[in-house]
Design a protein around this ligand. Structure first.
Ligand SMILES: NC(=O)c1ccc[n+]([C@@H]2O[C@H](COP(=O)([O-])OP(=O)(O)OC[C@H]3O[C@@H](n4cnc5c(N)ncnc54)[C@H](O)[C@@H]3O)[C@@H](O)[C@H]2O)c1
Length: 253
């Protein structure tokens, strides 16, 4: 990865942190961004890490930050759109227009803004690149009580497919990763909801969730990071337009 300049959104914790750390450990230069500047210790890789405060739904800020990263590094060639928000365990009767707008602003508009900036730069400079959008199996499979979140992730999958067709001739791959249940603070909100409804403890609810997965375990942030690494590698230059499930075999499409 030593020729990769990687921009990761939502990199302050959870999968985003694992993705940024993995690329660093493989030799890439990484720009890690989140609502608050990521603060984790990069140890021996500190000199290859840039940290940014960035709300991906702020169009001007996205433009400014990406221009700054490009100026400081020679140009982003791997974009990982990982930032995302959910409203777990919410029946349709309790959903609101505000929450619809908020989820689309973060989960779709945020992806659109970063992709437009990064691919515009790549096209202008005739450089190859890899765009990786973190969607969700929720965008493919129906789950109860996550309708608006699922709609945003289905939108990301559609966005990814169109752009793969459009940007392939410019040597830019565009793929989505569809995780199932990744053990992060976001999933803790879902598990909390199950525990509340069923009277189980948090740990019991978590165990039950894992037991419903063919591989009998939750996914980890490192699983997501490993697939990002592959999709950004030379070995994946002929893979584009995919929405790869990373869910231990739950959704088999
Ligand atoms: N955890 C799961 O089970 C799961 C499953 C499928 C998909 N995903 C997706 O994986 C991605 C990572 O989620 P996670 O599980 O690590 O969750 P998380 O909540 O632990 O981390 C999400 C990160 O995104 C950041 N973020 C939220 N809104 C933002 C904004 N407007 N601008 C910039 N950053 C923002 C948060 O600050 C946080 O650091 C998300 O896109 C999520 O939808 C997660």
């Amino acid at each position: 990865m030593d020729k990769r300049i990687v921009f990761v959104t939502g990199a302050g914790r959870g999968s985003g942190e694992a993705i940024a750390r993995r690329f660093l450990s493989e030799g890439a230069v990484v720009a890690a961004s989140d609502l608050k500047k990521p603060e984790w210790d990069a140890g021996e890789y500190e000199d290859k890490l840039l940290r940014y405060e960035l709300d991906v739904s702020d169009e001007d800020a996205v433009r400014r930050v990406i221009a700054d990263v490009n100026a400081k590094t020679g140009g982003i060639n791997v974009l990982v759109n990982n930032a995302g928000a959910a409203k777990p365990d919410c029946p349709i009767a309790d959903e609101t227009k505000d929450s619809l707008e908020r989820l689309f602003r973060i989960n779709l508009e945020g992806v659109f803004f970063t992709v437009r900036e990064v691919t515009g730069y790549l096209q202008k400079n005739k450089k190859a690149g890899a765009i990786i959008n973190i969607a969700s199996v929720a965008g493919k499979n129906g789950f109860p009580k996550s309708s608006l979140y699922a709609a945003t992730k289905a939108a990301v999958i559609g966005f990814t497919r169109c752009l793969a067709a459009e940007l392939g001739p410019d040597d830019i791959t565009v793929n989505a990763i569809c995780p199932g249940s990744v053990d992060t603070p976001m999933l803790a909100g879902v598990i909390d909801g199950i525990a509340r409804r069923t009277g189980m403890s948090f740990e019991e609810a978590k165990k039950m969730m894992a037991s419903g997965i063919p591989m009998q375990r939750l996914q980890t942030p490192d699983d997501v990071a490993a697939l990002c690494l592959f999709l950004a590698s030379d070995g994946a230059r002929n893979i584009s337009g995919e929405s790869m499930n990373l869910d231990g075999g739950s959704v088999r499409d």
